[in-house]
Design a protein around this ligand. Structure first.
Ligand code: CTP
Ligand code: MG
Length: 220
């Protein structure tokens, strides 16, 4: 089963507020992008990688891949205005004969390798997609203006991370003409695909703020 990874790194990182895109802020001694890229490159489960870079940062992305000696990078393409757009341009570089696509946020640099086989296994059992998730600790309420309108059943709620794994043709067709969404699985769900949740990992925290960057740097 050939698995391609699409590493989306084209966001601006506005909430982090650095002078450069989030994928290029320093994490340890290297740009943040180096960490998830090295982990995907080292994974025996990943055959090839497409990197989606911010406009004008394609060259630094390629240099970063060279610096860490990544050998599986097949293409580095320019991302779009939204995450879905960036995923779409990345997936367009995946060859037709690829069986599985793993879409991963560069903003989640600490990718434990053991998460990947957890995601691939259900695809072999007929699921269209698999996502890593963590059960919620807090109670979640739906609020309009400042009034609580609903308290959601916590035992049914999961915080979902990336990488998200999909049967390649299913993801491709879900991306066709899709609107915006915060993750790929929701597009597959909306298209009628069956998506399962597998255990995620705390270390897959998404770097949004400075404090997140601090936390993640302790897990390197
Ligand atoms: N992403 C992307 N293309 C976009 C927007 C986001 O490839 N147009 C990627 C980001 O690089 C990141 C992932 O999607 O790896 C999750 O996005 P997010 O954490 O929101 O990152 P940013 O959009 O960069 O941050 P912000 O929303 O604070 O600007
Ligand atoms: Mg964003």
């Amino acid at each position: 089963m050939s698995a391609w990874a699409v590493l989306v790194a084209a966001g601006r990182g506005e909430r982090l507020g650095d002078d450069r895109p989030k994928a290029f802020v320093r994490l340890g001694d290297l740009p943040l992008l180096a960490e998830p890229l090295r982990r995907l490159d080292d994974s025996e489960w990943v055959d090839a990688i497409v990197v989606v870079a911010p406009p004008e940062w394609e060259e630094p992305a390629i240099l970063c891949a060279e610096e860490i000696g990544a050998s599986k990078v097949s293409a580095c393409v320019t991302g779009g205005a939204t995450r879905v757009e960036s995923v779409r341009v990345g997936v367009a570089e995946v060859p037709e004969d690829a069986a599985v696509v793993l879409v991963h946020d560069a903003a989640r640099p600490v990718l434990p390798d053991e998460v990947i086989p957890r995601l691939l296994e259900p695809l072999g059992r007929g699921w269209d997609g698999a996502v890593p998730g963590l059960p919620l600790a807090d109670t979640v309420k739906r609020v309009q203006r400042d009034a609580v309108v609903e308290t959601l059943p916590r035992d049914e709620l999961w915080a979902v991370q990336t990488p998200q794994a999909f049967v390649a043709p299913v993801l491709r067709s879900a991306l066709d003409g899709a609107g915006d969404a915060t993750d790929c699985a929701s597009l597959v769900e909306a298209a009628g695909g069956r998506v399962t949740v597998v255990p995620g990992d705390e270390r897959l925290l998404k770097v949004t703020t400075r404090a997140d960057l601090e936390r993640v740097s302790q897990w390197l």
